[in-house]
Design a protein around this ligand. Sequence first.
Ligand code: PLP
Length: 425
Amino acid sequence: MKSSEQLFKRAQQLIPGGVNSPVRAFRSVGGAPFFTQSANGAHLTTADGAELIDFVCTWGPAIHGHNDPDIRAAIATALENGTSFGTPNPYEVSMAELLVEIVPSVEKVRMCNSGTEATMSAIRLARGYTGRNKIIKFAGCYHGHVDSLLVKAGSGALTLGNPDSAGIPASFAAETIVLDYNDPEALQACFAQQGDEIAAIIVEPYPANCGLILPDGGYLELLRELCTSNGSVLIFDEVMTGFRLALGGVQERIGITPDLTALGKIIGGGLPVGAFGGKAEIMDHLAPLGPVYQAGTLSGNPLAMAAGIAALQKLKDTNPYPLFETMGAQIREALLAAAKEKGLPLQVPQVGSMFGLFFSEAPVRNYQDATSSQTQHFNTLFKYALDHGVYLPPSAYETCFICTAHNGADIEQAAEVLAAGIRSI
Ligand code: PLP
């Protein structure tokens, strides 16, 4: 028996579904997951000895590739002084300084331990600040496994066919208004009816958890206008897009400044970290200054801060964003050419280092369009790619990531494999 099979059998006896995060179980693409033995640069080595070009990049954080020497060195240096203090430490201050400098909306910031904590805390803060309860989210956007945000959610929840989780009281979900993304009329009508009850809009500005969806012109501007005119807080969830689509995230790329921003993934350099930040006037409502409670035993952990600072500093120093555009476009064009040759309808939304694949006739503008695409074609492509040394996310509703460690040969090889995979459908 292969090692991954053996490990998965053992894991299934002990861990629900054999995994610590559901989408890792390969339920939507079928088959059993592989276990990773080690990861370096843009490559994973499985427990079975296979080498894969990785387009999941630990679901986003590995923007410099795996096992980056500068991040490893920063962790090793921090480790000399201990792993956790339970008091403030100097790294937290350096991290806060970097974030205020890099992310346009952030005047003050609080560190936490995951993207879920970041969005959960940002929502609580918005409610505490406005004294209102209702929040607007968009169908197919995923903001972590927060009770009030697991309503019509994307990512693993959508992959497994349960975008509304069991275990969430209807009374919690009732405070969440779900609208279609890219539908300005629905948004305007909602604010016209109940604008004075809406604490916040939370949005992935470029939704990337039901595949990758891009905003129609003027849509994000409308969100900004409606929040400003109704006294609601605009929260950009940039857990995935932050530091990836530009150093300062989507907000820098498109020049729209939210009131609060949730961050995660890249900010921890591969260790568990999240953060939320924004206007000082709002952030000062957090304890110990204000009445909104939020805390964490390991928040601001020195190893995680050191790793994250190294990751961000390296992005500042190397400016990989123009190269990401080129590499992303190369893959996109190869995929579209193969689909055209085969006569298959394919959409490849791509921005810099993020791209998605929808087997559908028309561009995908919302959750409804995404869930109408031919996911079985994606599953066939996923299996072909895996068998030929390329690892795509194991779900049609996830986004692929490019990292700085993907070299020209990796991109060329992957483009060839994916094109052949499309021709094989
Ligand atoms: N927000 C977005 C946009 C995400 O993509 C994710 C995770 O994929 C989260 C929040 C939750 O982050 P975490 O998995 O670190 O809790």
